[in-house]
Design a protein around this ligand. Structure first.
Ligand code: B16
Ligand code: MG
Length: 219
């Protein structure tokens, strides 16, 4: 029986993964780099600056930007993203998530949020879900972002629970790698092409149930 669940935010609790994508797509257009959905899979769960580096690496002709220029592009992406998340409301919680959080709570397991986003607390607040979590790990608390396991290990350590007794829920390749690297049970939301390392995979959040996860965890 697991003792804690650690949820990713963007793309798991709400569809902000789509907003990150739209914001990077716009920045890419200004830089003359196409950000398609395939490239986007490698941006999910990855920090803002690392995402920009991966986009720059996909440029048709190498662009050499100074550190200051990179900071400006990253800030511009965040401004676009900030605009897109302004209208987020409680009804934007993805299907099945609220029920799952309640079921986990009723089963007396702990709940943490493990997000790479500096906007995580604002988004959670707008969704009306801040009180649903016992602990929040965001980019401010960790030194190494996903795929490094620190985000997830940080939550387990905070709870004083061994990693083997934790379940991590993620929509990104980097996040699944981080959960597996932490020695936790990984639940993936998405396609088998990008999340083949997930220990248990569903195509979308509406298919997530505590029973389904528990059955897979015990196998
Ligand atoms: P920010 P998650 C991640 O959040 C996103 O998946 C990723 O696309 C984004 O670049 C990263 O947060 C940093 O976000 O620019 O808001 O600090 O999926 O770990 O909840
Ligand atoms: Mg995510």
């Amino acid at each position: 029986q697991p003792k804690a669940f650690i949820f990713d935010l963007d793309g798991v609790i709400t569809d902000t993964a789509e907003y990150h994508y739209l914001a990077w797509k716009q920045i890419g257009e200004e830089l003359g780099i196409e950000v398609d959905r395939e490239l986007n899979e490698r941006l999910k769960g990855v920090s803002r600056m690392e995402s920009l580096e991966r986009i720059l690496a996909a440029a048709p002709r190498p662009l050499s930007l100074t550190a200051g220029e990179k900071e400006q592009w990253a800030a511009q992406k965040n401004a676009v993203y900030g605009h897109l998340i302004e209208t987020i409301r409680p009804s934007d919680v993805l299907p099945g998530i609220e029920g799952l959080l309640k079921d986990i709570r009723n089963a007396n397991m702990l709940l943490a949020l493990g997000s790479a986003s500096r906007n995580a607390k604002v988004v959670l607040e707008r969704l009306g879900l801040t009180a649903a979590f016992d602990y929040i790990v965001d980019a401010g608390q960790i030194r190494f972002g996903k795929p490094h396991p620190e985000t997830f290990v940080n939550a387990a350590e905070h709870f004083g629970i061994p990693c083997e007794a934790c379940v991590g829920v993620e929509d990104s390749e980097a996040g699944i790698e981080a959960i597996n690297g932490a020695g936790m049970f990984s639940v993936g939301i998405g396609s088998p092409e990008s999340l083949r390392q997930a220990k248990y995979l569903v195509s979308d959040t509406s298919r997530l149930t505590l029973d389904g996860i528990m059955e897979a965890y015990r196998r």
